[in-house]
Each structure stands twice: as structure tokens, then as C-alpha cells.
Design a protein around this ligand. Structure first.
Ligand SMILES: CC(C)(COP(=O)(O)OP(=O)(O)OC[C@H]1O[C@@H](n2cnc3c(N)ncnc32)[C@H](O)[C@@H]1OP(=O)(O)O)[C@@H](O)C(=O)NCCC(=O)NCCS
Length: 273
């Protein structure tokens, strides 16, 4: 399978604020579409990435590393179509954060996430720090994710129509995403990433702020069995072109809010984006 041919779709978004407008791209790739003989990796990986990739022994880590890089490069090539994937180097920083080395006049940065069934990436200008996280919101995982949310946060999420599992996943992914934007990862106590002002967003999905990191907001979307959360500067409006974000090339759509039931009961949304 040719990953290049199968997954070329990067979703464009605008970043609008009073003093500055920017843009970026979001790309995702289902793990089911991954070719187990991995014949494509030389087409995608920079020599230094390839050395790391070949050193990995765990198959699922090889898969997540490759798919994350493919997503990020796919998104980056929209900003720089003259580049070829193996020339684009996404280094691993000392805190394990992805560092995009690029020659472009715009300083592009990258964020990467993988879940059980999907990898995704954001490419955004350095003027607008951003990060993302995706998780499946099955009942079992949600139980763990809920343990990292304050009762008040869960209550707010449930009040705007989310079921118990989706609430836990939104709370968790928003916190993991801010931890990536700050580059600390989840080495900080989760309490530091507390959420406030949670509400349905007029453009679709859910939005909220952070108690301690007042420069940032999060946006979250329930998309079938997954939650996508993106963290970005508070006063910037994130506008996906073409009714995004979408997590597959075909049917999947981002919904405003999920059913009030748990993931175990129903996935049907109560409103579209
Ligand atoms: C960052 C963290 C939350 C990601 O968790 P995860 O379960 O791997 O979640 P995801 O799949 O959504 O994200 C993985 C991606 O996050 C990115 N990432 C890793 N560490 C990061 C950090 N400190 N800041 C920003 N992004 C980071 C990477 O791109 C990684 O993908 P890659 O390794 O294929 O490049 C988690 O790894 C963490 O808390 N790390 C703590 C920091 C740490 O231990 N660093 C290592 C020692 S310094």
C-alpha cells in the first residue's frame, strides 16, 4: 500500500485573532491502514529518523512512530509542497517533544499524538503554540481518565450533554494536550492542569479554559469512539475549513456533542458541528 496515495488529506485550519491571522494543517491516519511489511518507511523518514525507527524492537512503537511522522510530514507538505518527506527531519527533543527542522521562512512547529487506532498531527506556526491529543473513549479507559478529572469538571461536561465516558475523555485529553503545549508532558500533578469555563462551542464541539494557564484554551470534538482535543492561545479562533476536523478520509464527522449516554450505551450525537 502506498501511504502517500492513500492518505494525502490534510485538513486546513485558520487561526484568527485581532492582531494576526495564521493557518495550519491537521492530518490523521488510521492504524488499520498501516502496511505491516512497512515497505513505505524509506519514502517518509529522514535518515536520522530511519536510524531510530530501525533501532526499535516493539512493533506497536514502530507503527506509532512511523504513522505520527507520516501525519506530521503530510501536514507540513501542505505548507511547503516543494519539500520531499525524507528531507523533512522531525527530531526528538530532549523532553521527547517533536522538533520540526525546516528551511521555510515561516517557523513551523509540529504536534503529534497516537491512540490505539489512529495517529494524528498538527502543523502550526511558532507564533501560535498548539498541541493535540486523541483518545478512544471506551468505558474501561474512561474510568481511568475520569480519575484525573475534578468532580466539578466532570459535572460541567455532563451538564452540557456529555455522558460519563466522554466527559472523562474530554477532561483527560484537554489536560494531556496542555501538558504537551507546555512541553512538560504529564510529569506535573494533573491538578495543575485544572479546567474551567467549560461550554459548548458555537463552531462545534466543546471549549474551555485552564485555571492556571490563562493564555490557553482547549477545543474538543467527539468523533465516533474518539475524542480529539486541541490546545491553542485563548483569544485565537480556530476555524477548520470544510467542516473539519475529521478523523478519516470518508464518513467520520466531528460532532458538537455526543449522546448523554455513556460510550457503552450509544454513540449517537445530539448535534452536528
Ligand atoms: C508527552 C506525553 C503526555 C505523551 O503521552 P503519550 O501517551 O505518548 O501520548 P501521545 O501518543 O498522544 O503523544 C506522543 C507524542 O507526544 C509528543 N511528545 C512527547 N513528549 C512530549 C513533550 N514533553 N512535549 C510535547 N510533546 C511531546 C511526541 O511527538 C510523541 O510522539 P513521537 O514519540 O512518536 O514523536 C507523555 O509521554 C509524558 O507525559 N511524557 C513526560 C515527559 C517525559 O517523560 N519525557 C521523557 C524524559 S525527559
Amino acid at each position: 500500500m502506498d501511504l502517500k496515495k492513500t492518505y494525502p488529506i490534510a485538513q486546513h485550519f485558520s487561526l484568527e485573532r485581532k492582531e494576526l491571522s495564521d493557518e495550519g494543517w491537521f492530518t490523521c491516519l488510521g492504524i488499520n491502514g498501516f502496511d505491516s511489511n512497512e515497505s513505505q518507511w524509506t519514502q517518509w523518514l529522514h535518515p536520522e529518523e530511519a536510524t531510530y525507527y530501525q533501532s526499535l524492537s516493539a512493533q506497536n512503537r514502530k507503527q506509532s512512530f512511523l504513522l505520527g511522522r507520516v501525519c506530521a510530514k503530510n501536514a507540513y507538505l501542505n505548507a511547503n509542497p516543494q519539500e520531499s518527506p525524507p528531507n523533512v527531519h522531525i527530531q526528538t527533543g530532549i523532553f521527547k517533544d517533536p522538533i520540526l527542522q525546516n528551511q521555510s521562512t515561516t517557523q513551523w512547529q509540529v504536534g503529534i499524538t497516537h491512540s490505539k487506532s489512529i495517529a494524528a498531527a498538527l502543523v502550526f506556526p511558532a507564533t501560535h503554540p498548539m498541541a493535540l491529543d486523541i483518545e478512544e473513549w471506551d468505558t474501561k479507559r474512561a474510568t481511568t481518565m475520569r480519575t484525573q478529572c475534578h468532580t466539578e469538571e466532570l459535572h460541567c461536561l455532563e451538564k452540557i450533554g456529555l455522558g460519563s465516558a466522554a466527559s472523562g475523555a474530554v477532561g483527560w485529553t484537554a489536560k494531556e494536550a496542555i501538558s504537551k503545549a507546555l512541553r512538560t508532558g504529564m510529569t506535573c500533578p494533573f491538578k495543575l492542569f485544572g479546567l474551567k469555563s467549560i461550554e459548548a462551542h458555537p463552531d462545534g464541539g466543546i471549549t474551555g479554559l485552564f485555571i492556571n494557564f490563562c493564555q490557553y484554551q482547549f477545543r474538543s470534538w467527539i468523533i465516533e469512539d474518539k475524542v480529539l482535543s486541541i490546545v491553542l492561545p485563548k483569544r485565537t479562533r480556530l476555524i477548520f475549513s470544510k467542516n473539519g476536523p475529521k478523523l478519516t478520509n470518508t464518513a467520520s464527522k466531528a460532532h458538537g456533542l455526543p449522546s448523554v449516554h455513556d460510550a457503552s450505551h450509544s454513540h449517537s450525537p445530539v448535534s452536528g458541528s
